[in-house]
Design a protein. Structure first.
Length: 476
């Protein structure tokens, strides 16, 4: 007899895993399905490999560009293919320990490989195998968007899938030169990384600034840092067509009222992500998608079909969600308890800290100044240069800014944006503050370890009352 599951999950990424594990904890049966590699984007071709290689590039770069007078530049010889090989080893290790062995140890969880799609209202099929279920979770994630650019179908191009392992999209040769179309976080992380490995990198952004949904001070500070180290960051250029000439890709854009041409050995397209919902048979269950294909959900992660749930990248910005691993890994569990335990837990996406792993890092949480105003808050906000943070001066790492947005009626901190070394670590203090409803005085009164980059939060808070340029060391 055909096995029926309590929860049938389309996908096997972090979101799917969270749901399957929660289902098992509840004593229910769950099945995950996977058309590529177990574990999804993050472990196989996203967070893990990118952060692995970005750190290697940082080591190489810092050796060649010491910040301290008295340290002489040293050239680290490196073997790109060997770096790629070790990246593969790290992925295999994580996949084995954090994904394969977890499902092997859980009797209630099954995984079937192959493309999954609804064949009728209560059944998903994977390569001909039918998986009937009581509840379904769509956790198929997202993939790189392929923009409509004339000629793109006739030239070889890379996407962020270049970070994958054991798949044909993997990149083994370091390009001498690289054009990146797009100015979002993936473009910037990979752009700086390739630049630091030695590629000549040009990043083409159509807007007048990179990171358009961030605080303007953030975009400015990061653009300055990237340009200072030699990344050719070109803004306000609309890419119109591409073609191949003499073993190079030529990108033709329109900017400043004139045609601009860029050429490089390789082209990387990093213009965003689209949800994997176009070929999973959602029409057979009549699950509603938005205009871009993301699944519409309530704040309980329920779709318009009561027994079909969705979470992770595939819901895009619905419920204020973000395309980031911890969000899906948190929400997958909520979808599972709501589906299987009859709970009505709501997601809370008000406090989602995010980091861009450039150097300096960008880390943000909460509302930007513009968002806070749009929500009707009466705001105070201020930005300080990171050079005011004692540790920054002490270690010759003064690039960046810290910005805080508060509600003047309640003194509650609404948002923090950081561009600085270790911003991705420091942002957690701000995130916890926002979660607990901290006021600006909580950030001022909290004793901070001296000298740390986290003091940026205290100093930007103090700047509401005093000139931060005139503070003595760690005195308030
Ligand atoms: C280059 C890069 C760097 C990133 N860096 C970070 C970072 O540093 N920090 C961070 O938090 N996030 C990062 N992300 C984002 C993060 O990887 C995603 O937000 C996260 O992986 C989404 O998890 P998910 O489970 O929703 O989807 P996914 O992990 O994409 O999992 C969905 C799975 O479903 C499979 N699938 C799709 N369709 C089907 C089908 N029809 N049948 C069967 N299987 C199917 C897919 O193959 C995939 O394995 C990065 C992403 C990229 C691309």
């Amino acid at each position: 007899m055909m096995e029926k599951f309590d929860l049938v999950i389309l996908g096997s990424g972090s979101t799917a895993f969270a749901a399957a594990l929660r289902a098992a904890e509840l004593g229910k049966t769950a099945v995950m399905t996977e058309s590529r590699q177990l574990g999804g984007t993050c472990v196989n071709r996203g967070c893990l490999p990118s952060k692995n290689l970005i750190e290697a590039a940082r080591i190489i770069w810092e050796a060649q560009h010491p910040r301290y007078p008295g340290l002489r530049p040293a050239k680290i010889e490196f073997d790109f293919k060997e770096l790629i090989r070790q990246k593969g080893a790290v992925i295999h290790d994580y996949r084995d320990r954090k994904y394969n062995s977890i499902v092997e140890d859980a009797d209630e969880i099954k995984v079937y490989n192959g493309h999954a799609g609804f064949v009728d209202e209560h059944t998903v099929a994977v390569d001909g195998r039918l998986l009937p279920g009581d509840h379904f979770l769509i956790a198929t994630g997202s993939r790189p968007v392929v923009p409509m650019i004339e000629g793109l179908d006739r030239v070889p191009y890379l996407t962020s899938d270049l970070l994958t392992t054991d798949e044909q999209q993997e990149l083994f040769e370091l390009p001498k030169s690289l054009i990146i179309v797009g100015g979002g976080y993936i473009a910037l992380e990979l752009g700086q990384m390739f630049h630091r490995f030695g590629s000549q990198v040009t990043i083409l952004e159509r807007n007048h600034t990179i990171l358009k949904n961030y605080e303007p001070e953030v975009s400015l500070a990061l653009a300055e840092a990237l340009r200072e180290e030699g990344v050719n960051l070109v803004t306000e250029v609309q890419v119109q067509r591409v073609f191949q000439e003499d073993n190079e890709t030529v990108v033709v854009g329109q900017g400043d009222g004139a045609e601009q041409r860029f050429r490089a050995e390789r082209l990387l397209v990093a213009t965003g992500r689209i949800p994997n919902t176009d070929n999973i048979g959602v029409e057979r269950v009549r699950v509603e998608l938005d205009g871009r294909g993301f699944v519409k959900v309530s704040d309980e992660l329920q779709t318009n079909v009561p027994y079909v749930w969705a979470a992770g990248d595939v819901i895009g910005g619905h419920t204020g969600s973000q395309l980031a691993t911890p969000v899906g890994a948190h929400d997958g569990g909520i979808a599972a308890v709501n589906a299987l335990n009859g709970e009505r837990r709501k997601v809370n996406h008000a406090v989602v800290p995010r980091t861009i792993f450039t150097d300096p890092q960008v880390a943000v949480v909460g509302l930007t100044d513009a968002e806070a105003n749009a929500w009707g808050h009466r705001c105070w906000c201020n930005t300080i240069p990171v050079k005011l943070v004692p540790r920054a001066g002490a270690i010759h790492e003064t690039r960046g800014i810290a910005k805080m947005v508060i509600d003047v009626d309640t003194n509650k901190v609404l948002g923090v944006s950081l561009v600085m070394r270790d911003a991705g670590e420091v942002i957690h203090e701000a995130a916890m503050g926002l979660r607990l409803g901290a006021t600006i005085h909580d950030f001022i009164d909290l004793l901070h370890v001296y000298p740390t980059m986290a003091e940026a939060l205290k100093i930007v808070a103090i700047s509401r009352y005093k000139d931060p340029e005139k503070l003595s060391c760690c005195a308030e």
